[in-house]
Every structure is written in structure tokens, then in C-alpha cells.
Design a protein around this ligand. Structure first.
Ligand code: NAP
Length: 287
């Protein structure tokens, strides 16, 4: 497994395992399987409501804690200095850990500057090895960069062949913020696995479409965190380190960009309103 050195010197695996939408009751076994197959980076969030299961898997697996890289996130309702400090401790307790490898602000909404001050403090106290953000568009990332003492180590963003985000990657490169792709398969939506160009390329390298997508990301220096509840797919998604896509194939994948997110598009006013409708409606449990 290749690693990448973050702007604070911490080494982070280039591929990890995401646990979004994995129910608490099955998540422990799924994460155990993932670790058993070789995943070392596990990506959860307080909003996924499965931190306790991830913690049990970490505790009972055969891999020492220091060889694992555990990420979790503070959600929108946990923004603001005090709330984020409390949220961090709750997540740590849920996970049963003494420290986190990476703590992220999940969404750029609410008092995330207050939250960033909390993350900076937790980092200085040694409670977390790296800090970062998710879903920050270039303008917000740049503004945070200019207004923070510790600049983010990571920006975790939706990225796949239908939403390639060239400008986002350019600004992250300029600021030395490591990009990490969530939903690398666009959750399988909008025909991602049936793209003829991806199928042709997969056939050429005797790989699967999933492997081509993951390889395309890591070859551009983007960390990936695919999710699967199936052992065979977990294994398949890990098997991307023994081939290299030629430049011409990278360009062909480049031609698939539709500038189209699969779920939430916070560039749109209507979508931002949807976030606040969710926040103001306790009946809804997720976006
Ligand atoms: P994803 O990884 O793009 O796609 C997961 C879907 O693809 C599942 O339906 C899975 O099905 C299927 N799949 C996985 N491997 C496959 C393969 N080899 N062949 C065919 N189908 C395959 O979507 P995601 O879970 O939304 O994103 C990955 C991780 O990113 C999340 O788990 C989470 O940790 C993180 N994330 C972060 C944010 C954020 O705002 N920061 C948002 C969303 C997600 P099965 O499980 O049935 O195999």
C-alpha cells in the first residue's frame, strides 16, 4: 500500500475503507473483514452512527492500533468551538480510542471557524495527528487557509469520473492540502459502472471498472476510500497497486467529466436551503 506524506509530515495510506451507510449492527464484522484483507485507513463520521462498531472492530482485530489510521468527522450540528470539542470527545469515547489519526469538519456550514479553532487546539494537545475539512469548495478552502494558524492537512471531497474537479485539485495543490475522494464510484449511481469507456479500459488492463476508477484517482495523487459490505469487492478494490494506466487512458477518463455531483451540490442555492431545511427539521435524520 502506498502512503502519502501530509503537510505536517504524517504518513497516510493512499487507500482506505469508508463505512457510510453501513448499519451499526453489521459494521463491526465488515470493518474486521476490511482490516483482515489489508485496509488500514478506516473512514467514519459521527453522523454515520456506527463509530462504536468501528471501535469494537479496531479493538478486536489483530493489527496494532498504531498501524491503523482512524478518521472521523464533526457534523453540521456539532459546529462551533464548544460543540466541536464536545463532539470530538464523544467520538473518541464511541470509538474507544485515546487519539484519532484524522479529524474532519464534515460540511462547510455553521460556525466552522469556531470548530477549526477547536481542531487546532486538539491537534496541539496531541489528541489528533492530522486535521482537515470535507466538501470545501475552493473559495471556502482558501478563506480558511488565510484565517487559520494550522492549515488543513486534508480536504475530503466527492470525486469520480463524472465530477473530476480540476480547479479544486489545483487550489489544493497550491495550498499543499491533500485531496481525498469520497464516493469514488459515485455510489454506483448514474451508470458509473456501465460507462463504455471505463469498460473498455478495464478490459484492456484485465481489471474491473471499479479498479480502473480507483487507480485513476490514486495515479493523480488523490486518496480513495471506497465502501463495500462484500469481502470479494473489498479485495477487488484493494487490488489496484500492480498496474498503471497509460496517459492516453487517463485522458479518455478525463473526457467523462460532467461536472456533476451524485448527491449534494452545494454550489446551488436550492441545495444549501435543503441543508438548512434538514437542520431545522428534527424528523429528518439525514440529507
Ligand atoms: P462509493 O464508495 O462510491 O460506492 C459504494 C457503492 O459501490 C456501494 O453501493 C457498494 O456496494 C458499491 N461497490 C463497492 N465496490 C464495488 C465494486 N468493486 N463493484 C461494484 N460495486 C461496488 O460510495 P460512498 O460509500 O458514499 O463513499 C465512500 C466513502 O466516502 C463513504 O463510505 C464514507 O466513508 C465517505 N464519504 C464521505 C462523505 C463526506 O461528506 N465527507 C460523503 C459520502 C461518503 P456494496 O457495499 O453492496 O458492495
Amino acid at each position: 500500500m502506498k502512503t502519502v506524506r501530509l503537510n505536517n509530515g504524517v504518513e497516510m495510506p493512499m487507500e482506505g475503507f469508508g463505512v457510510f451507510q453501513i448499519p451499526e449492527d453489521s459494521c463491526e464484522q465488515v470493518v474486521k473483514d476490511a482490516i483482515d484483507l489489508g485496509y488500514r485507513l478506516i473512514d467514519t463520521a459521527s453522523s454515520y452512527q456506527n463509530e462504536k462498531a468501528v471501535g469494537r472492530a479496531v479493538k478486536s482485530c489483530d493489527v496494532p492500533r498504531e498501524k491503523l489510521f482512524i478518521t472521523t468527522k464533526a457534523y453540521i450540528q456539532q459546529m462551533g468551538y464548544e460543540k466541536t470539542k464536545q463532539a470530538f470527545q464523544e467520538s473518541l469515547d464511541n470509538l474507544g480510542l485515546q487519539y484519532l489519526d484524522l479529524y474532519l469538519i464534515h460540511m462547510p456550514f455553521g460556525d466552522y471557524y469556531g470548530s477549526w479553532r477547536a481542531l487546532e487546539e486538539l491537534y496541539r494537545e496531541g489528541k489528533v495527528r492530522a486535521i482537515g475539512v470535507c466538501n470545501f469548495l475552493p473559495d471556502r478552502l482558501l478563506d480558511l487557509y488565510y484565517n487559520s494558524e494550522i492549515s488543513p492537512q486534508i480536504n475530503q471531497i466527492e470525486r469520480h469520473p463524472h465530477y473530476q474537479r480540476k480547479e479544486d485539485l489545483e487550489i489544493m495543490d497550491e495550498l499543499n492540502v491533500q485531496p481525498q475522494a469520497w464516493a469514488p464510484f459515485a455510489e454506483g449511481l448514474k451508470g458509473m459502472f456501465d460507462e463504455p469507456i471505463l469498460k473498455e479500459i478495464a478490459e484492456k488492463y484485465k481489471k474491473t471498472v471499479a479498479q480502473v476508477i480507483l487507480r485513476w484517482n490514486v495515479q493523480q495523487g488523490v486518496i480513495v476510500i471506497p465502501k463495500s459490505v462484500h469481502r470479494e469487492r473489498m479485495r477487488e478494490n484493494l487490488d489496484i497497486w500492480n498496474f498503471k494506466l497509460e496517459d492516453a487512458d487517463m485522458e479518455r477518463i478525463g473526457s467523462l467529466d460532467k461536472n456533476c455531483p451524485s448527491m449534494l451540490d452545494t454550489r446551488k442555492v436550492s441545495e444549501v436551503k435543503r441543508v438548512y431545511d434538514y437542520l431545522n427539521n428534527p424528523v429528518l435524520t439525514s440529507l
